[in-house]
Write a protein that binds this ligand. Structure first.
Ligand SMILES: [Zn+2]
Length: 405
């Protein structure tokens, strides 16, 4: 979910609720201990790719040094004038450094602040010990300082490094196809309007987790190939294909989570994720810990005494929570409360509270923001014999599956 994308394209749809909610982060990787949820963004203008596109995925930001190596010679281009600077094999100890706002490589300052490293066909580059397909853009980030490293590669090869990081590769083939289509659609949705920026998406939970060549698995590569070029569209626009681990019984209406209105993100009943490993959760937190975390954003908040649920939406997700503290009472949005306390601790906003003597206990359903595709529900549907098309239609109602290249 990408997160630094600040442009606001024309969007009769998603009106963002800013403030704390925009820090919202997502929990779509099941076996990870912590994952932030993506920030929602305006629906991009209709833009249908007719051929396979390249994507730029930022791997490192504000880096002082980057270790890049290659097995065979690599062409190095100055991207300011698109001219070849040279060709060489990058050894194990090859460092690209930034010094005085200039790129220092092999002991020499290069006459460029934007480089592209192009390996030979079917070769790969290793960046800080991890292997990546495609090419590598290395540029001086004049705004934030340091070096920005972005992997430049065909969208389909990028997806090969995303799907296995977002769902376990041993899940049913139909679920892997669902994830491939969702990730492809999400990437295209995020890429619109990014041309003037140095990259399109982050490799982290801010967008979708991307692990490069080392993370690829045979089953997930097959799912990407089987769905090549297929995306979800709604009224000629890419669907904002959000996804999360487990909805806890029904997916959320995007309006109640981030605000705005998107018909295909209005929420659906799920009923397929009850067997999922993250269907329910429980957490007991001390009043001290809650106080410390909540005071981060509100220094006028006293010591936490009681937490009580406020209003709920029709899916049972809390809209607000009431906090009784030593200096008074405060009501805040449940989503903001979750992010402040930690989305790994309060896994969803669908929870009950028990104020015990020694601590406060939270018992809830689901993991993640609850918007869009429920990954564990998709797994349940696949087990029941539904195809990836059925599953996508269920979680993004009204959207159509189309092949764009
Ligand atoms: Zn579900």
């Amino acid at each position: 979910m990408r997160m630094r994308n600040r442009e606001r394209t024309v969007l009769p749809g998603l009106i963002l609720v800013l403030g704390l909610l925009v820090l919202a982060s997502g929990c779509s990787t099941l076996w990870k201990t912590f994952k932030r949820e993506p920030r929602p963004e305006p629906t991009p203008e209709a833009r249908k790719p007719r051929k396979l596109e390249n994507i730029r995925v930022s791997l490192l930001k504000q880096a002082k040094r980057v270790k890049v190596s290659s097995f065979r010679p690599v062409k190095i281009y100055n991207m300011q004038n698109k001219k070849l600077i040279g060709k060489k094999r990058l050894g194990e100890d090859n460092l690209i450094l930034i010094r005085d706002g200039r790129i220092l490589f092999d002991g020499q300052f290069l006459p460029a602040t934007r480089l592209r490293l192009v390996p030979e066909k079917d070769e790969y580059l290793t960046v800080n010990g991890k292997r990546y397909r495609g090419q590598m853009d290395i540029s001086v980030d004049a705004e934030h300082g340091g070096l920005l490293v972005a992997n430049y590669l065909p969208l389909e090869l990028y997806l090969q490094g995303v799907v296995p990081k977002e769902v376990p590769a041993d899940w049913q083939a139909e679920v892997l196809k669902v994830q491939a289509v969702a990730a492809r659609t999400f990437a295209l949705y995020k890429m619109s309007g990014r041309a003037k920026y140095a990259y399109d998406l982050d490799a982290s939970v801010n967008s979708q987790v991307y692990g490069g060549l080392d993370s690829e698995k045979k089953t997930t590569n097959e799912a990407v190939a089987a769905t090549r070029g297929r995306v979800m569209m709604y009224q000629d626009k890419f669907v904002a294909a959000f996804y999360h681990s487990n909805c806890g019984g029904a997916t959320a209406n995007v309006r109640n989570v981030w605000g705005g209105k998107l018909d295909y993100l209005g929420g659906v009943s799920c009923g397929f994720c009850e067997e999922g490993p993250h269907y329910s959760w429980e957490r007991t937190l001390s009043r001290e810990e809650l106080t410390t975390r909540l005071q981060k954003k509100n220094s006028r908040l006293g010591r936490v005494k009681r937490i009580e649920p406020g209003a709920r939406d029709h899916t049972g997700r809390l809209r607000t929570v009431k906090i009784t503290h030593s200096l008074g009472q405060e009501e805040m949005s449940a989503a903001a409360f979750r992010m402040l306390v930690g989305p790994d601790k309060i896994r969803s906003t669908k929870f009950f509270v028990e104020n015990q003597r020694a601590a406060i206990q939270f018992k809830g359903k689901g993991w993640g923001h609850g918007v869009g595709l429920c990954q564990e529900g998709a797994r349940g549907m696949a087990r029941s014999g539904f195809t990836y098309r059925d599953i996508l239609r269920h979680y993004y109602p009204g959207a159509e599956l189309r092949r764009v290249y």
